[in-house]
Design a protein around this ligand. Structure first.
Ligand SMILES: [Zn+2]
Length: 492
């Protein structure tokens, strides 16, 4: 009997957010829709032009390296990677070969090999020639050089991931990091972040748990969403495992992902590694980074914001639910809002605030975003006003239902929640103790069977009684207090 162990390595490209391109002064604008607008003789590879290194792009990659705990290069250079393709006007791509800007580091505990800087290629558009006349322009390819020379970061992981979930978690966390550092929008659907997965499946000897057959590596490209990536990786693991089980060989090849069929398909067979004839670009200076002011690890580290995983850890430590913590990390504006609201709060109040933000407020934000796209993601209430609601809840001036009403009214009018609660007669909407006592007595009298269940130790019975009391009081009571009162009246 054999076991099969999948191994995955990722190569992730991200277009960097800079004012200009990597080696010229053409604008770097991913949102430009008119073709061939942001171009100049340098990125069009006219003879006699000379490239100049974009300092901002180098700094972006070094900051990513700092955040990942990688080793920043002291000496670095750019190399020519030669190959022929219509989207590559120079006939070579400027990239980094032997001296990447960053070596090592890790993300979510997964080891990173290197992070380097290169330039993007132009983009080809098949069958969509804007100049073609007539109905049929299939078979034509037009090229847009706006993207040629845009700074591109490439991150390569060690082959240390072992499932589609690992790959998904890694790529999502990297996207978050790039956004936190404001170095890339990293939008996969727009091609600002592109993931390639190298997947192999190895047969291991069950008794000794050692690898007996080295897997053949297959590369999956053109993954334009996290879900597509996870599905493609899972599909490949299944496909390769099955082939090995049937005693078949796996071909080393490059695959694409067919979203409609939900399967991978061969793009081309890899015939060994292409000879790119890397050599240092003679038109660019090599860099001694320690000589560049502001580029030391110490200087760069001081520019880092709180990193996504640190922030998540901070929320989990307070006791925020993992899903809520994740939404505060993913939506930094929401996280900032939680930080503002919970400042100065004890743990209990902070968790109460987290709960109301992650549920009630998020729902209001989502509904508003659906009605009016301009308001998408906007937080419609000040932290000060939100705090008032949480304070009133803590002082039991509001209960969970009246708090929702006050929140909705305050969002609508912008008025102070305490004023709204007072004007609408919602404060002290909690009924007096005597009235609550009478209702509790009544509920106990009307439900002898449930009371018997409760006394015989049936858990849900108490919750049923609490529910009955809440119903009778039309929600104007604190369920915790009701629970205690019921327990004391039933003598437990
Ligand atoms: Zn240019």
């Amino acid at each position: 009997m054999s076991d099969y162990v999948p191994t995955i390595g990722l190569e992730i490209h991200a277009e960097l957010k800079t004012r200009t391109k990597m080696f010229c002064r053409s604008k770097n604008d991913a949102d430009e829709t008119r073709p061939n607008v942001n171009i100049c003789p340098v990125c069009m590879a006219h003879p006699g032009t000379l490239p100049v290194i974009n300092r901002e792009a180098v700094r972006h990659v070094l900051r990513v390296g700092c955040a990942l705990g990688g080793k920043l290069a002291d000496y670095t250079e750019f190399d020519r990677k030669s190959y022929f393709y219509p989207d590559l006007p120079k006939g070579y791509q400027l990239s980094q070969y032997e001296y990447p800007l960053v070596s090592g580091g890790e993300l979510l505990g997964f080891a990173i090999t290197r992070v380097h800087l290169e330039e993007d290629t132009a983009s080809s558009m098949h069958g969509s020639d804007p100049l073609a006349t007539g109905d049929d322009n299939t078979g034509t390819t037009s090229i847009d050089y706006n993207r040629a020379g845009v700074p591109l970061m490439e991150l390569v992981t060690e082959p240390v991931l072992h499932s589609a979930e690992d790959a998904g978690r890694f790529a999502r966390e990297l996207q978050l990091l790039l956004r936190y550092l404001k170095v890339s929008e990293a939008n996969m659907e727009k091609g600002e972040m592109r993931v390639e997965a190298n997947i192999s499946v190895q047969r291991t000897d069950n008794s000794e748990q050692r690898i007996v057959g080295l897997g053949t590596k297959v590369e999956v490209k053109n993954l334009n969403s996290f879900r597509a990536m996870e599905r493609a990786v899972a599909f490949e693991i299944r496909r390769q495992t099955q082939m090995l089980e049937e005693g078949k060989d796996i071909t080393q090849e490059t695959l694409g992902w067919d979203e409609s069929k939900q399967e991978t398909f061969p793009q081309r067979i890899k015939e060994g590694s292409a000879d790119y004839r890397y050599f240092p670009d003679p038109d660019l200076p090599s860099l001694k980074l320690s000589g560049v002011s502001g580029f030391s690890a110490k200087d760069l580290s001081s520019t880092l914001p709180e990193l996504p995983w640190k922030r998540r850890g901070r929320y989990l430590k307070v006791g925020v639910k993992p899903d809520d913590a994740d939404s505060f990390v993913r939506d930094a504006a929401l996280g900032d809002f939680f930080d503002d609201v919970s400042a100065g709060y004890d743990k209990e109040s902070a968790l109460l605030a987290a709960n109301y933000i992650a549920n009630d407020l998020v729902k209001i934000i989502r509904d508003a975003g659906e009605r009016d796209t301009e308001k998408r993601g906007e937080i419609p209430i000040s932290a000060h006003n939100f705090k008032e609601i949480i304070d009133m809840l803590r002082e039991r001036k509001l209960n969970s239902r009246t708090a929702k009403d006050v929140l909705a009214l305050s969002v609508e009018s912008g008025d102070s929640p305490s004023r709204i609660a007072a004007e609408k007669g919602l404060i002290g909407g909690t009924v007096g103790e005597d009235a609550v006592g009478a209702v509790v007595d009544d509920v106990i009298a009307k439900n002898p069977d449930v009371v018997a269940d409760f006394k015989s130790g049936k858990g849900p019975a108490l919750e049923f009684l609490v529910g009955q009391c809440m119903k009778a009081l039309r929600g104007a009571a604190d369920p915790m207090a009701l629970r205690e009162l019921l327990k004391s009246k039933l003598k437990v």
